[in-house]
Design a binder for this molecule. Structure first.
Ligand SMILES: NCCCC[C@H](N)C(=O)NCC(=O)O
Length: 479
């Protein structure tokens, strides 16, 4: 390896793998924190008395700064202007800062209101919004890192493995978080995840040292200054004139809105509809990222070799409709159906991204690629913000009085001097025993059904546009 380092760090397979491991593990910690609260919805509501709208405010915080303050776009510009090392380390620090604020909201249990929102909800949402700025920026930075080190080598493989590692982070959060919370208390898994983010930041620092060494060799200058991946405001005008871009960006919005918010509400659906123990609420949704880790590279290879990208997206959207119809249908209320649906969701959630992301370069010119991905993520974040908020609001409207009954029980337990954790446990017991009501998700779940039907419509439109414009989405990627 020493010889290889002397010739060029990038030429060393070992060095490339070290880079891949460093950034993949850093992204694992980011995705882990992203979902650390998701499987705790039932517990959080039982312990702190949040209604569903407040849950939506916190889990939808992903987009507040990324969309409204344009931080995702700014992150892209910073990446291009300040470079990979600065952006990777800064995004690590931003994620950690946001995570610390979110942890504070749970450990300090601040009383009172901020801007008419309970302080705990406001601070948890603010922390998550800040964290998500760092996480999205880290995501685009890592893509650029992989291009820098793997272009012309094992690029697709490296991207697939990095994504698999990120998915593992989501799975660990979904399986682990409720167990830790049940054994200790709600703030503890959040604290563990924040500590892991610190490890992620250290990994970015180690990477920065390797990157600096590589840049010193001079070879990287040409590679990093390859402007095809850069974000440029002036490119936006060209991109938005392309109808194919709109079909794929809107498909991305609808499709991801039907999947990522499932992490935020799926565990609570498992408790309320399927009677799952809240300490295992994330177990069934947790199979989704595990399934996608295995299947996405398989479908990616299929697309590379056989093509049919637009058809794959149509099939993925159809599967998603089936999934959400299963979760919606009131009579399909046994755990077997919940597992069946999550398996089908795993297949759908592997099919669509494996065809969607590699299709973008077929629709937009290479020189607009960096800007296009940033814009697609920007549009996607509108859904990742709006859908959790909408679902929470509709769930409250569809379940009049349920939150009030839970509140009344909580107040009387608090008056007996019980801590938030003890109150939460007691409320959970009473809900399991049927002494307190559960939330009925039936009507609310139609939002997800509607999103997937709209996604199917867009996938069909994309295929038609492909025929018209000759993007080559149905053609293999490999010659
Ligand atoms: N809850 C994770 C949000 C990640 C959003 C990110 N912009 C993204 O789409 N990444 C690709 C993926 O499939 O995770």
């Amino acid at each position: 390896m020493t010889e290889a380092i002397k010739s060029s760090l990038r030429d060393s397979k070992t060095a490339r793998w070290v880079v891949l491991i460093l950034v993949s593990l850093a992204m694992l910690t980011a995705y882990l924190f992203m979902e650390i609260l998701s499987p705790l919805k039932t517990m959080v509501q039982n312990a702190y008395g949040w209604d569903n709208s407040q849950w939506g405010i916190v889990t939808g915080a992903q987009g507040y700064l990324n969309v409204f303050a344009g931080m995702l776009i700014l992150g892209g510009i910073i990446l291009d202007k300040m470079g990979i090392r600065f952006t990777a380390i800064t995004s690590g620090i931003v994620m950690l800062g946001g995570a610390a604020l979110k942890y504070y909201a749970f450990i300090a249990e601040p009383g009172g209101d901020i801007l008419g929102i309970p302080s705990q909800v406001f601070l948890a949402a603010s922390g998550f919004a800040i964290f998500c700025v760092g996480a999205e920026t880290a995501g685009i930075t890592v893509s650029k890192i992989l291009v820098k080190w793997f272009k012309g080598k094992e690029l697709a493989l490296s991207m697939g493995l990095e994504m698999a590692s990120a998915r593992l982070g989501s799975a660990l959060a979904l399986f682990g978080s409720p167990r830790i919370a049940a054994a200790m208390d709600i703030p503890t898994p959040i604290m563990f995840a924040a500590i892991l983010l610190l490890v992620g930041l250290i990994l970015f620092l180690v990477y920065a040292m390797m990157d600096a060494k590589y840049d010193k060799e001079g070879e990287a200058v040409a590679s990093e200054s390859d402007s095809s991946d850069d974000f440029k405001i002036s490119d936006i005008g060209h991109i938005i004139k392309n109808p194919g871009f709109w079909y794929i960006a809107l498909l991305c919005l609808l499709f991801y809105s039907a999947v990522f918010p499932f992490y935020k509400y799926g565990p609570d659906l498992m408790v309320n509809k399927y009677g799952v123990d809240p300490a295992k609420a994330g177990d069934i949704p947790g199979w989704l990222p595990i399934g996608t880790m295995l299947l996405t590279p398989v479908f990616g290879t299929l697309y590379d070799r056989k093509g049919k990208g637009a058809s794959i997206m149509i099939l993925g959207a159809i599967l998603l409709i089936v999934v959400h119809l299963i979760y919606w249908t009131p009579s399909l209320d046994t755990v077997g159906f919940a597992y069946l649906a999550v398996i089908v969701l795993g297949i759908g959630f592997s099919l669509v991204p494996s065809a969607m992301w590699p299709s973008v370069p077929k629709i937009v010119e290479d020189r607009y690629l960096g800007t296009s991905y940033a814009l697609i993520f920007f549009i996607q974040n509108i859904g990742l913000m709006g859908i959790p908020i909408l679902v929470g609001k509709v769930l409250d409207i569809m379940n009049p009085g349920v939150s009030d009954k839970l509140d009344a029980a909580r107040e009387s337990l608090k008056a007996q001097g019980l801590s938030a954790s003890e109150v939460g446990d007691k409320i959970t017991e009473m809900r399991i025993a049927g002494d307190l009501p559960n939330y009925d998700y039936t009507n609310t779940w139609l939002i997800f059904v509607g999103l997937t039907i709209a996604a199917l419509f867009l996938a069909i439109m994309l295929k038609r546009q492909d025929k018209k414009s000759g993007y080559g989405l149905e053609k293999p990627n490999m010659a």
